[in-house]
Write a protein that binds this ligand. Sequence first.
Ligand code: SF4
Ligand code: SF4
Ligand code: SF4
Ligand code: SF4
Length: 382
Amino acid sequence: MTISGTAVAGDRKLKTVSLTIDGLKVEVPEGTTVLEASVKAGIYIPTLCYHPDLEPYGGCRLCVVEIKQMRGLPTACTTPATEGMVVTTESPAINEIRRASLEMILSTHPCECLVCHRRDRCGPNDICLRSVAVDDRCVTCPSNQDCELQKVVDYLGVHELHIPRDTTPRDIDNSNPFFDFDHNRCILCARCVRTCQEITCVGAIDMANRGYNAKIAAFNDLPLFDSICRSCGECMVRCPTGALNPKEVIRSDKEVKTTCGYCGVGCSMYLGVKNGKIVGVRGDPEGPANQGRLCVKGRFGIAEFVNHQERLNMPLIRKDDKLVEASWEEALSLVAEKLGKYRGEEIAVISSAKSTNEDNYVMQKLARAVLGTNNVDHCARL
Ligand code: SF4
Ligand code: SF4
Ligand code: SF4
Ligand code: SF4
């Protein structure tokens, strides 16, 4: 069976390379890594520091593979696929190295649940079936059952640790108004650091210290809120564990695609909805303006005002000096009747920068083509 890579970009033909992964012939564009080629072929290789939006890093050492005529076990995420390469992604030797790397990651991580043989029977927030005194566990973590570390531990079947653990409690930075940073759950994969440098281009955080004292920190170890962090949450969405998590985590029932109404960039996003309320926001990776990214306003500012109890969701008509709720039909008829008393340039139309480009376009069209006025503006100058 052969898996072919995309060989054409626009009119330009890309050079491709052909390699064999676990006996499967795979053809991919030149420059593709062995890990990306494996993903394309549907072959799973465990990894925790890799993220498709970020540059290869090779930090967690979990994606090691065997490559014919290459020494040692190279990391698949940093090795470019080359013509004729023969890759093996699974063997007892490979998995032994992966388990050793994973044990080092777990040596500073709350892992009672991870290595517990009863974990499958525990739902989120269950009382521990072994001991109520155990607080070093997944069921108290907002990422429980949605955690990449859990998946990797399950895949590699790590059920005991052979190296000393350091369970000294670490800081929880809850200074940011939108998300918390629990250093106890951090596995130092550096996805957040790289996101802040490569995607957000802020560089608010970096790796500090060494060994068991290594941590992710802002300059001078300041709380995030006092640092140059812009609270965009891009690091949070790429964190593979429960280290970076929104203040409140509510799982949605469905998602609705929309466009952010906060500014004219027009970022595309999915709103997570539960019981008719917005409970989460996710950037749309296909969005042409944002490619999945959002700023602090789009990510954290939507739900509060949309769900706000004082938000107007019915038109109000002033009657006897009092604003009274009315139907849309009644309100629009009243506006049409009042506008009918004026002609052309006597009318001005004010739209909103918080509306989409398309809505603003329709509004100026109504003004010019229907109402006959060029007096059009929107709130950006107000
Ligand atoms: S981050 Fe993952 S593995 Fe760690 S406590 Fe939370 S759910 Fe468990
Ligand atoms: S906070 Fe999350 S993304 Fe950052 S290093 Fe820790 S685990 Fe990785
Ligand atoms: S929230 Fe944004 S600016 Fe702040 S650390 Fe994360 S990626 Fe950087
Ligand atoms: S997410 Fe931020 S940049 Fe994007 S449209 Fe909304 S306010 Fe503008």
